[in-house]
Design a protein around this ligand. Structure first.
Ligand code: ACM
Length: 556
């Protein structure tokens, strides 16, 4: 017998002598209970989970009942996954009495929006909510409690006949209303199929705002019927086209190959409906007045002052990429574009960019000089404010509100009070916006820019212009407590995203951490506990779906 075993026996003998062994064994019971079907697997972590004994078994014979059409999306989602991975759909029962899964509209009990109560007993599952999102999130939590195979997309794996779901009661609601991710479809174009996958994976983790960066210097990616050259000219990038190679080569192409791509209005309607079925709203971004080279090369006469002798470059080294705020044609053009964008996207907000207007833009433009004289504008800051005040009026006409990058909020401005700002440069800048009593969404580069490398290494894909962002750093973001904070959002800029695998890699598992920052109350989340869930079941669920996530497990 080795020394350690001897010591163990001595300790147990002492415990028996002192009659404390039974108490010690009692302490071990929860460990044995949780060893089997753990309930601590849900991401983002629910606000409250109480474990009960036993399992519910979902089989071909299980039936559902619902007293509300609000549960329709949630039921469809569960049925589709069961059909693919179990080989049978969940059938409906006509009565609540003899059913195994009950969807119940209960606004008296469920007070918060997007909230739900999920009660899993041995013979019945009860789901209560007050809105579509609540029912959807209850189903997502239910599916996370099942074997990860439920998330399979192709159905080519082994079909499970029966699914054991551990008994428990979950009461859950989101911390923030805005739980976002941004995808840049301009620098590199992503197929409609990939965009849908991106949205679906967001929804699985209760992220609910898809910010779609549709225009930039390198490509205009949304069909506008009134201005066909925006996509005919502005959606082609590479040698022989009018668009710059300010960034990395195009996706799927070798350096200097033409990369084209845009979403037709039908594509967009399809994606909006797909997102809506998963309780995701889409925020389209038309980035103006800077970052607009693709629009300018398509319609130079409308958007640039031909007498403007200003020469400048953006921080990304793109020359003359800023549309001119002194010309009436600019406002007519943007009014027409916003009219079509508003029709396509039912969400109440449109993002109008406003970031990184290059120094020196418009400086020598006679049209801007004339505007300044006429309106009494003293400097470029006031010209910018005039520009966005007019855009705000155009948005109001189309019943939309504005979101902009933090640079839109400069000096005195007359923007409507619901105008919301994305603070990307730092948490400190978010606090400045709060001090001005303006709504803010936190997107700090130091924590939430997913285009950045996970760690400094030549082997890691991603940008290096800021600090590296690993999953722990994402998780470490503690959102400022203020009624002006609408929520948090990660941004996936795509200059270095040469294929979809890189896009997956840079997003996952960081987006797991994001979901918990966005959803779970601060005091209920701990890195070690998250680590266990994320790098256990969390990654397994992504693997089943073929997500090309980063598999390095960080230290606890
Ligand atoms: C930004 O990163 N230019 C918003």
């Amino acid at each position: 017998m080795d020394n350690i075993s001897e010591i163990k026996i001595q300790v147990i003998t002492k415990m028996i002598n002192r009659k404390i062994l039974p108490f010690f064994l009692l302490l071990l019971i929860p460990m044995f209970l949780s060893a089997g079907n753990s309930i601590n697997v849900i991401i983002p972590k629910p606000q409250k989970v109480v474990k009960q004994q036993g399992n519910f078994s979902l089989t071909k014979e299980s039936r559902y009942y619902s007293n509300t059409s609000l549960s329709k999306n949630a039921i469809n989602y569960l049925q589709r996954h069961l059909k693919t991975n179990a080989g049978y759909p969940l059938k409906k029962s006509n009565r609540s009495k003899n059913t195994q899964i009950d969807f119940s509209y209960n606004p008296k009990k469920i007070k918060k929006y997007e909230a739900y109560r999920l009660h899993i007993a041995k013979n019945k599952i009860t789901i209560e909510a007050r809105d579509k999102a609540g029912f959807f999130y209850a189903v997502v939590s239910l599916m996370q409690l099942m074997d990860p195979a439920i998330w399979g997309e192709s159905g080519s794996g082994k079909k499970h006949k029966s699914w054991a779901i551990p008994c428990c009661t979950i009461e859950d609601y989101p911390r923030f209303k805005w739980r976002g991710m941004m995808l840049d479809s301009s620098r590199n174009f992503f197929s409609k199929t990939y965009v849908k996958k991106f949205i679906d994976r967001m929804a699985q983790h209760k992220l609910n705002r898809f910010h779609w960066h549709l225009t930039d210097d390198e490509g205009w990616r949304i069909e506008i019927k009134r201005y066909p050259l925006l996509t005919k000219v502005g959606a082609k990038r590479g040698s022989g086209t009018k668009l710059p190679f300010s960034t990395y080569p195009a996706m799927r192409g070798k350096k200097n190959r033409v990369q084209s791509g845009y979403y037709t209005q039908n594509d967009i309607r399809e994606i909006v409906a797909y997102a809506k079925a998963r309780s995701v709203e889409i925020l389209p971004e038309i980035d103006i007045p800077g970052h607009a080279k693709a629009a300018i090369v398509s319609y130079p006469k409308l958007l640039q002052d031909s007498k403007d002798k200003s020469r400048y470059r953006s921080v990304q080294k793109v020359s003359e990429n800023t549309i001119n705020p002194g010309m009436e044609s600019t406002y007519i053009f943007l009014d027409n574009v916003i009219a079509e964008v508003s029709k396509l996207f039912p969400f109440g907000y449109i993002h109008l960019g406003g970031d990184e207007i290059p120094k020196g833009a418009w400086k020598r433009s006679p049209a801007v000089k004339k505007l300044m004289r006429k309106k009494g504008l003293k400097n470029s800051k006031e010209v910018q404010n005039y520009f966005f005040a007019r855009l705000d009026k155009i948005l109001a006409k189309h019943k939309r509100k504005m979101i902009g990058w933090q640079e839109v909020l400069r000096g005195k401005n007359t923007l409507r009070k619901e105008t919301t700002f994305m603070a990307w440069k730092s948490v400190k800048d978010a606090k400045k916006i709060i001090r001005q009593h303006r709504p803010v969404i936190l997107t700090p580069v130091q924590h939430l820019y997913f285009d950045q490398q996970y760690k400094r290494s030549k082997k890691e894909p991603g940008h290096t212009w800021s600090t590296p962002v690993n999953s722990k750093k994402v998780y470490a973001l503690k959102p400022v407590k203020s009624a002006y904070v609408r929520g948090v959002q990660a941004c996936l800029w795509s200059e270095t995203l040469l294929n979809e695998k890189i896009a997956d890699y840079l997003t996952w598992p960081r987006a797991l951490a994001l979901s918990e920052v966005a959803w779970t109350e601060q005091k209920k989340r701990k890195w070690r506990d998250f680590h266990k869930r994320a790098f256990g079941k969390g990654l397994k669920r992504l693997k089943v779906q073929g997500v090309h996530y980063r598999s390095v497990v960080p230290s606890r």
